[in-house]
Write a protein that binds this ligand. Sequence first.
Ligand SMILES: Nc1ncnc2c1ncn2[C@@H]1O[C@H](COP(=O)(O)OP(=O)(O)O)[C@@H](O)[C@H]1O
Ligand SMILES: [Mg+2]
Length: 418
Amino acid sequence: MLEFTEKQKQLIRLMKSGQLKRLNILEGSVRSGKTWISLIIWAAWVASRPKEYMYMMCAKSLQTLKRNCLLPLQELIGENNFTFSLSTKEGVLFGRKIMLEGANDNRSESKIRGITLGGAYCDELTLFPKDFFTMLLSRLSTAGAKLIATTNPDVPTHWLLREYLENGELADDLMRMFFGIDDNTTLDPAYVESLKKEYTGVYFDRFILGLWVVAAGAIYRVFSDNTAAYYADAAKLPHFDYINVGLDFGGNGSAHALVASALTHDFRQLYVLKSERIPAKDVTPVALYTKVKDFCAEVQTRYGRITNLYADSAEQTLIAGLRVAMKPTGIIVKNALKRKINDRIRATTMMMAGDKFRYISSECESLTNALKGAVWDMDEPNTEIRLDDGTSDIDTLDAFEYSFERYIHRIIKEFEYT
Ligand SMILES: Nc1ncnc2c1ncn2[C@@H]1O[C@H](COP(=O)(O)OP(=O)(O)O)[C@@H](O)[C@H]1O
Ligand SMILES: [Mg+2]
């Protein structure tokens, strides 16, 4: 028997009394029960609609749609009532045909251009390209067609907030309901407490409080406020299974940056062992390779074998040269993965807040300064951008992130599928 939270019951009452609008958007904190109830509302609503209409469900990508919506929906109402196939991008919900789309697929927008929809479901709307959403709404043209969607907040200038949620002209057409993290009374309170601790700064305001706010000020505030909390005791280090080095080749005006970090075998903690900044001016590639080798040799002598060195340079010849130079050491040189910067930042702040980050302070002066100096670029209030105007040491932050970004999904559960 399904049980609902008070907030979810409120939404069900709205639906039962026919008060859903053309656009219905559930917003708020993570884990607040938005997606769960949106799926139930969607299924119940579709079941009451004509069979000959076409319906659509979408999320950022087909994979996220499957994980966040299709599998949970199947679990909620059973395989008799809902089946789907990602390869044909189709499902059947209470006998109604459902098209499935990933909004980030470039071809998706053109695919939905000509069709007529009886209803649409969207999970995590702020992550959709605006053009896809505009097109989707224009296809909701049958009588009584509805949109049911969920979202977390984003910047206050986000198109979804500006042009839809806060658009007075749409007021009669749009229902907006807020879900806070404490509204989800089905969660273990201890889990909610730990979740609240994992998010800091702008991420706390957005993902826990559910506010549409800009990122401002120091990025790693949680670190700068109490750096001593992150000191690792160099005399009592755990055994490391994975030691990796990140290297950011700087242009002539900037610096080359090196950071070595290590993971415990259970992936529960990341230790930063050593960082170094090498001014790029007048350093030849060969001299630089020697410095990298020296850096790695010192790390290996003290802490154990380095597995990979992840490097980034606009010039592939520099990396190719490094690969040759490092060959005798047995350290494999790979191209840095270069995940989205904001994913890397979010991962770092979550590690810091979640007690998963440690560093050997006496060996990591450049990293300490880089973390303390990093600020959000306030000239770009529309997106989060880490200020990169030469006043802070972005090279070292990049190198740090290259050293662990391939493991993010193992260190932090939230990143498992991103
Ligand atoms: N009424 C409910 N009964 C049981 N579990 C629920 C209920 N509402 C939410 N949940 C569970 O709580 C967790 C978070 O809910 P979810 O809808 O995914 O949150 P959100 O979409 O707001 O991030 C999920 O594991 C979900 O299955
Ligand atoms: Mg959700």
